[in-house]
Each structure stands twice: as structure tokens, then as C-alpha cells.
Design a protein. Structure first.
Length: 65
């Protein structure tokens, strides 16, 4: 029995072996996913840092002037 996986785009079962689009089921689903990346629809949540390195130096320079 061939190994199958669910396509991350449409959920359809797709063969893993000899599938040029894996883990997707088709070129269409692969392009839909690529489009989502290029439109920045996928994001990783993160916390904003309190300050970035170098921010303190910038503040000191502004005070001296």
C-alpha cells in the first residue's frame, strides 16, 4: 500500500512517493501555498523586544546635540 499524506492546502489524500508536488497533491495547491507566503499570510507570533541593541546609543547622541 503506497504512503499517502493529506495535502496541506486542500486536505485531499496525495501519494508521497514519486509525487513532484509533495507534500501537495498538485501544482495548483503548491502555487496557492506559494502565493500565501508571498502575500505574507503566514506569520510567526513573537513578542516585541523592550529595546533593540543600539537604541541607547541613538538616544545619547540626540541628547548631546
Amino acid at each position: 500500500m503506497p504512503v499517502t499524506v493529506k495535502c496541506p492546502t486542500c486536505g485531499k489524500e496525495a501519494a508521497w512517493k514519486d509525487n513532484p508536488y509533495r507534500p501537495f497533491c498538485s501544482d495548483r495547491c503548491q502555487l496557492i501555498d506559494l502565493g500565501a507566503w508571498t502575500e505574507e499570510r503566514y506569520r510567526i507570533p513573537a513578542e516585541e523586544p523592550e529595546s533593540l541593541p543600539g537604541d541607547e546609543d541613538d538616544d545619547d547622541r540626540q541628547k548631546v546635540r
